[in-house]
Design a protein around this ligand. Sequence first.
Ligand SMILES: Cc1cc2nc3c(=O)[nH]c(=O)nc-3n(C[C@H](O)[C@H](O)[C@H](O)COP(=O)(O)OP(=O)(O)OC[C@H]3O[C@@H](n4cnc5c(N)ncnc54)[C@H](O)[C@@H]3O)c2cc1C
Length: 525
Amino acid sequence: MSHHHAPEPSVTRHCDVVVVGGAAAGLAAALQLGRQRRSVIVIDAGEPRNAPAAHMHSFIGRDGTAPGALLADARAEARGYGVEVLSGRVVEASRADDRFVVTLAEGHSVVARRLVVATGLIDELPQIEGLAEHWGDTVIHCPFCHGYEVRDQRLVQVVTHPMGLHTASLFRQLSADLTVLVADGVTVDPEEVEALRAAGVDVRTAEVTRVLTDSGRLSGVELRDGLRIDADAVVVGPRFRPRAEPFAALGVRPVPHPTGLGEVIAVDELGATEVAGVYAVGNVTDPSHQVLQAAAHGSRVGGMIAFGLAADDLHDAARPSGSAADWDHRYSGEQLWSGNPNGSLVAEASGLAVGRALDVGAGEGGDAVWLAEQGWAVTASDISARALDRIGAEAARRGLEITGVLADANARAPFGAGTFDLVAACYASIPRTPDRRGVHNILDAVAPGGTLVVLSHDLEAMHAPEHQHRPFDPDAYVRLEEFAAVLQEAECWTIEVQEKRPRPPGSASAHHHVDDLVLRARRTS
Ligand SMILES: Cc1cc2nc3c(=O)[nH]c(=O)nc-3n(C[C@H](O)[C@H](O)[C@H](O)COP(=O)(O)OP(=O)(O)OC[C@H]3O[C@@H](n4cnc5c(N)ncnc54)[C@H](O)[C@@H]3O)c2cc1C
């Protein structure tokens, strides 16, 4: 394991809601919130509870699919609304004024108005040799998840705590061949034992020392006295531990679960923990949630959080701000921009007759300033007021006139339609929408005969392992390829350039060495 890259400065992102844990519960919350135009960052360590299982059951519409397939679809759906899903692990959470700060293992952090804990739990299996190897396959715990799959098989249920008999009546329904082994010293309800025995279940007091395997398959259990019982599947009742450590410093402390088998984060019917602004959903609050219930819980609580944020914003008369806060913070520190225009824009725009130009996502204005110097009448648009302030100051310093427009490229008709002879979108981070509104808004701004130039990082390359720890999700943003796809379908456009180029030197944030993609198109009518 040697990944040597230059240490990157840690980055702070800002959003409305940070969701820690991106499996069923967290992604369901994120989808609700994304659809309410909230900026959402999900951080997921990629270890959902049911990962050991090959199939997921009892989820209507998805019964029997691979657990990972459901989550892959859920991630894509959330990203379709601009939700970022980052691979990473949150190690700490704290408060800063009225915001929450979560810190990732690599040192990056996310600041948010609300925090959703969707981290799930860790199953703690009884310490029996050979048991863990078959967990999620032929060692099972949940009759609803896997009971049907072991119907009519030889089942051994291992009872290691007083709750261990809880599911025996269900497994008896699923198979006539059920043996229940109650460990020494475990107190179980004698009436329950009587009822099971009367119904033909073999209930014994016995210590299981080993799970037996034959040619890789579970074949039975061995007891302390050496006796072996053949079995096709073993039922256990794990204890559990919530993944709550990172939130302890915030005051989110787990409480004992009524079963006595572990702890959970306590929440009210809105999903709120005792710490205002911190919510918890799914298995971290209730170990009995299957995937459907975990998702339902996340979805419901996501909706409640949307209500709370909307009420705050109503009070402040604030409109949806998208990622404005994030960009405002990024443009509040030292200048990120090198001072030079992007080399690819210079190459693509140099031969054009000057006229009116729109720079979408103008940022600190390197390109806008250069265009103005070439004689273009430049409108610089950005979602960040701070960016526009910087551009204004730079233009004034150079005696240039640049019109600033504070606009979200995903708003409804944010730019004048058919107005500009050149529209440039250079590394414009436009969150996805299912209808590609941002793409259409940018194309619509180009006048007949005008030119569109789109530059972007090669986002596909951002999936390489060395970029995985960067706190940005390339899949939540519109790709250059989508511009090309829309242009190809439209009648009135000619694509003049579409290629990959090495990133020009001197560009901002040169910490990630990926190629640029360049698209130039002309609107014919
Ligand atoms: C073996 C097995 C099989 C199962 N089979 C089924 C089945 O067939 N059908 C069914 O409905 N249910 C099944 N379940 C139950 C199912 O696993 C849970 O209902 C579901 O996983 C709960 O979803 P969740 O989102 O609450 O938590 P999880 O799925 O556990 O997801 C929590 C996520 O948070 C991440 N995370 C944790 N801590 C951090 C951190 N600090 N920073 C960032 N990310 C973090 C984890 O990596 C994980 O991705 C099964 C359970 C087990 C153990």
